[in-house]
Design a binder for this molecule. Structure first.
Ligand SMILES: [Zn+2]
Ligand SMILES: [Zn+2]
Length: 388
């Protein structure tokens, strides 16, 4: 008797040429965040061709679909992202981007084709499925606004668990990285306005120099992680923009700093803005200047639920894949917003490339398409069983 695991593996192998074709079609025609209109139309057409039911998502771009099992049970969600980046492709591949300055340099074309594959496999075994699998093709991940829009549109209502992945160039094909707890960092943004007093470069005694104050703030912020955050937590504070003045002999009036804070722990994320405000205002006051911190909370950390991670491990085992302990990164992912609402697991899918995400020469090994499709079909079946 063929087990469902074997069935998924064999069918995924048969689907592979079609998955490659879809991935390349998307790769040829990349669209930026919230502009994924043709991508949306293509995904809808492919799903319809496969007989998969489309649901109303009520967003300009993105697709929501479902495979309803014939047996009653809970609803879980598989999520792919669909947007590309403003990067000029330099891979020289025969199916390289045809759009100047735009490229699927993060591999979201791969995620999309993989999840269409998973939906197709699940559809073939709908008779034994205990519940419903919703498949989401999310827009605008790169701008960290897509998941929020999807949630506001109600796509997560009734969903008990969510699963997703990112391709991982460092991992070989056939290996998946899975981990319980934080996998990707929270992402917040700050802006600091320094108000000094401009004047003549030769007469600093009558000015309050915002260049000096801004520099002192940059230096002082370096102690936030080393002296304020707990040694048991991990955090990054990066000042990435520093602007003041317009010429060589005038002390300017103001300075502006911008940057980002990344952490894995909610406690660290909650305490840093207050500590930063104290440092910023205190340093400025010491120089007789004023400084104001503007904090923009963007994304929580991707934090994997222990039970959902266990389901992914069991699915990977059943599919004969190598499971590695996933190495966390300080990059962010708006998948985290789904995990604030329902338990979920986000994994690394080994795609064996030489370049990192967002690089103009970013590539991936397409053999991982069928592997991803059967892994997520398997995970969906296991999750419905576990949760139901
Ligand atoms: Zn990206
Ligand atoms: Zn990405």
């Amino acid at each position: 008797m063929t087990t469902i695991s074997n069935f998924f593996r064999e069918q995924a192998a048969k689907l592979q040429p079609k998955l490659v074709e879809m991935r390349r079609e998307l790769h040829l025609h990349p669209e930026l965040s919230n502009e994924e209109h043709e991508t949306t139309a293509r995904i809808r057409a492919w799903l319809e061709e496969l007989g998969i039911r489309l649901l109303e998502l009520n967003l300009p771009t993105g697709v929501l679909a479902e495979v309803k099992g014939e047996l009653p049970g809970p609803t879980i969600m598989l999520r792919a992202d669909i947007d590309a980046l403003p990067v000029q492709e330099e891979t020289g591949l025969p199916f390289a981007s045809t759009v100047p300055g735009k490229m699927h340099a993060c591999g979201h074309d791969f995620h999309t084709a993989s999840m269409i594959g998973a939906a197709a496999l699940l559809k073939e075994r709908a008779g034994e499925l205990r519940g419903t699998v919703r498949i989401l093709f999310q827009p605008a991940e790169e701008l960290a606004v897509g998941a929020r829009a999807v949630i506001a549109a109600g796509a997560l209502e009734g969903v008990s668990a969510v699963f997703g992945m990112h391709n991982k160039p460092e991992l070989p094909v056939g290996t998946v990285g899975i981990r319980t707890g934080p996998l990707m960092a929270s992402v917040d943004r700050f802006e600091i306005e320094v108000q000094g007093k401009g004047g003549h470069a030769g007469m600093p005694e009558s000015a309050v120099d915002p260049v000096v104050v801004s520099s002192a703030i940059v230096t002082a912020l370096q102690t936030l992680v080393s002296r304020n955050a707990s040694p048991h937590h991990s955090a990054v504070v990066s000042v990435c923009k520093l602007q003041a003045g317009s010429t060589w002999n005038v002390i300017p009036d103001t300075g502006v700093l911008e940057g980002t804070v990344r952490t894995f722990q909610p406690e660290a994320r909650a305490s840093i803005p207050g500590q930063m405000e104290r440092v910023v205002e205190g340093v400025a006051a010491g120089y007789g200047a004023r400084a104001k911190l503007k904090w923009t909370a963007m994304l929580p950390a991707v934090n994997n639920d222990a039970n959902m991670a266990e389901i992914m491990r069991a699915a990977a085992d059943a599919q004969g894949l190598q499971v590695a302990e996933a190495v966390p990164t300080m990059g962010g992912e708006d998948f985290a917003l789904y995990q604030e609402l329902v338990p979920g697991c986000f994994i690394w899918m080994g795609t064996g490339g030489t370049e990192q995400w967002h690089h103009p020469k970013f590539t991936l090994n397409e053999d991982a398409l069928a592997i991803s499709a059967s892994l997520f079909a398997e995970a969906a079946v296991l999750a419905l069983k576990e949760i139901g």
